[in-house]
Ligand binder design. Structure first.
Ligand SMILES: [Cu+2]
Length: 325
């Protein structure tokens, strides 16, 4: 293996990615959505992250799934660490630059953290959910290990002070030979560390779907899940093919007087289109966070076009059937 030559190739790849980033930031920053989907933007931004008073919802937040862009509404994800060796722990650093071009230092806390960092292999076989530390001056730092050679994608899920929530994505590479895995087939049962998690519910294109996850251990329902990030579980859903990052929110939270600590955890997830999705559930029990993964296929008629609407009502898609194009 000629490692320097391979690294050279990957570094060039990164340069191309970043070059494209700056191009996008310059050309598109703040411009927004294709007119055809504009009607859907009226449904608002990401639930739970209210838009600053008086500020119009940026066009496109509902129409374009999160995680596909490295720059959105003037905010740009900028990795400062460009080479990560497979299997080696690296102090991975990055910034989010704001519309003024400077690293953002003010963030709103969402699910108990200012920024959620998700890392997956691009074949969606590997998943990590991490919480970087602030290293000062808007620099985020996280100990990161890419387990093996391959192509990865990082997501930064955050809401800047005074702005609405967004998820930016960027590719990462660990140099070397690798064999990408095929997306696992549809699976509604996952086992991890002696736990079995079953998934009930279906993703439907263009609408919000209720997904129920039930946790059991040794055949018995787990009824003492521990709060993790302000909920009894944290679910990340990604679309196969382009790794679009779905908006997901938990139904209820610990201490609200009605949400039970298991065995069921309920989420509402928005699938932007037909297709295959990978879902990763983090849950905490006996002091340890574990991840259960699933594959779902969203099929059927889109509720309101392939880029679908955002439905704030958890109980269904009332109102969305009315759209005509
Ligand atoms: Cu997080």
């Amino acid at each position: 293996m000629n490692t320097p030559a391979k690294l050279g190739t990957y570094v060039l790849g990164l340069a191309v990615v970043f070059g494209a980033t700056f191009g996008v930031g310059t050309a598109v920053g703040g411009v927004g959505t294709p007119p055809a989907t504009e009607e859907h933007s009226a449904h608002g931004d990401h639930g739970g992250a209210p838009t600053a008073a008086g500020q119009a919802t940026p066009a496109g937040t509902a129409a374009i799934p999160g995680g596909l862009e490295v720059s959105q509404n003037g905010y740009t994800l900028t990795p400062l660490t460009t080479t990560v060796e497979p299997g080696k722990n690296t102090d991975f650093r990055f910034t989010v630059t704001g519309p003024d071009g400077k690293p953002v230092t003010g963030y709103q806390v969402q699910h108990e953290k200012k920024l959620h960092f998700i890392l997956v292999s691009r074949d969606l076989s590997h998943f990590q959910h991490l919480h970087p530390a602030e290293a000062g001056d808007g620099v985020w730092s996280v100990p990161l290990t890419l387990p093996e050679a391959g192509a990865y994608r990082m997501f930064a899920d955050f809401a800047p002070e005074g702005g609405s929530g967004m998820t930016l994505g960027a590719d990462l590479y660990a140099a070397g030979d690798y064999a990408p895995k095929a997306l696992p087939g549809v699976s509604r049962t996952a086992t991890v560390d002696g736990y079995t998690v079953t998934l009930d519910g279906d993703l439907a294109p263009g609408r919000t779907s209720r997904i129920t996850l039930k946790v059991s251990k040794d055949g018995k329902p787990v009824t003492d899940l521990q709060p993790y990030l302000g909920a009894y579980g944290h679910l990340v859903a990604l679309r196969g093919g382009d790794l679009a990052y779905l908006h997901v929110h938990p139904d209820g939270e610990p201490g609200d007087g009605k949400t039970q600590p298991g065995p069921e955890i309920v989420f509402y997830a928005e699938a932007p289109s037909r297709g295959d999705y990978r879902l990763f559930l983090d849950f905490q029990h006996d002091g340890k966070v574990r991840t259960a993964d699933f594959t779902l296929h969203a099929d059927g008629a889109p509720a309101s076009g392939e880029q679908g609407g955002h439905d704030e009502s958890p109980s269904g898609s009332a109102g969305h059937g009315e759209h005509t194009h």
